[in-house]
Design a protein around this ligand. Structure first.
Ligand SMILES: Cc1ncc(COP(=O)(O)O)c(C=O)c1O
Length: 328
């Protein structure tokens, strides 16, 4: 493994804290609950993308890029964090966003604009096409774009979560804390891929459960395959042995409700519960859904009372303000 020699541009405040959710554990009458605060990574209101972007931007700078190009939903946390990383690295940022430009920018979109990103709007199915066309146009203008795929989920980006698992196991070792299960939101797969590979590297013995935010692939196992492939790409990038297969990837299905970004009672109740019992803010799209899944699993008795479950907060709260109508 050669993690120290990989190109990396520091963006995150690390290590992120681990907190005990004592009131919540008591209220749910379930296992001991901990939370890992990756909403506190520090870059433009934080989130999981900061860790990925340290390695993606590191590679962009090494390749002499002058512009970061990426794509996502109008309320993409990934796009907001990419815009912030570009600003900090002295790069330009071009964002391709799904949908129509709203009259008044809000939430992440407001931040994209404040951070100086140039936003291009397109219909959702056109995102991948635009993501291949725009860099060509920029090259034609003499620019040097570095393209980051949706969610920053490739072997390079996932490296951030290999290190995150090493960070976590070190924190647990120092406090002699055991963790039996880790639960988190999973969508484009880079976070889960890095965590699963990192768990292997750091010899973490607990189980990792990625809560699917936007798909139900339990029959085909194609999402598990995708995550394993990103993890293997990452293993090659950081030069570590061992291949992962889809059997190594555990995805929790059944909580996608009416689809990506559609807020239901599950998210509303989870956000209120966390806010009112611990003073911690979740987001409407990812962590609200993942934590809603966790509370449901606890109520169903999936975890034993003497086990410890760590909820990995992956950020996203800026999107709350764009969902005021659905949440109020
Ligand atoms: C707040 C938040 N949590 C979790 C995720 C899921 O991470 P990944 O796309 O790496 O699976 C995202 C991705 O967009 C996110 O913005």
């Amino acid at each position: 493994m050669h993690l120290e020699t990989l190109p990396r541009f520091r963006l995150a405040q690390l290590p992120t804290p681990i907190e005990r959710l004592e009131r919540l554990s008591r209220e749910l009458g379930g296992p001991e609950l901990l939370i890992k605060r990756d909403d506190q990574t520090g870059l433009a209101l934080g989130g999981n993308k900061t860790r990925k972007l340290e390695f993606l931007v590191g590679q962009a700078l090494e390749q002499g890029a002058d512009t970061l190009v990426t794509a996502g939903a109008a309320q993409s946390n990934h796009c907001r964090q990419t815009a912030a990383a570009a600003a900090k690295a002295g790069l330009k940022c071009e964002l391709i966003l799904a949908g129509k430009k709203p009259e008044l920018p809000n939430g992440n979109l407001l931040l994209d604009e404040l951070l100086g990103a140039n936003c291009h709007w397109t219909e959702r199915p056109q995102l991948p096409v635009k993501l291949s066309q725009l860099p060509e146009q920029l090259r034609g203008q003499g620019r040097k774009p570095y393209v980051i795929g949706i969610g920053g989920s490739n072997g390079v980006g996932a490296t951030g979560y290999v290190l995150a698992m090493m960070e976590l196991t070190e924190q647990l070792r120092a406090t002699q804390q055991r963790v039996d299960h880790i639960l988190f939101a999973s969508s484009s797969g880079g976070t889960q891929a890095g965590m699963v590979l990192g768990a292997r590297v750091a010899e973490f013995k607990g189980q990792l459960h990625g809560v699917s935010i936007d798909k139900d692939d339990r029959k085909s196992g194609s999402y598990e395959e995708e995550v394993a492939q990103i993890a293997n790409e990452c293993a090659q990038y950081i030069r570590t042995d061992g291949r992962l297969t889809k059997q190594d990837i555990k995805v929790v299905y059944g909580y996608t409700g009416e689809g990506y970004g559609v807020v239901s009672n599950l998210e509303r109740e989870a956000i209120r519960l966390m806010a009112r019992s611990e003073g911690i803010i979740l987001d409407p799209v990812y962590t609200g859904r993942a934590f809603g899944a966790l509370t449901d699993l606890i109520r169903k008795g999936v975890f034993k009372r003497d086990e410890t479950v760590l909820f990995w907060h992956t950020g996203g709260a800026p999107a709350l303000f764009a969902y005021a109508k659905e949440l109020a």
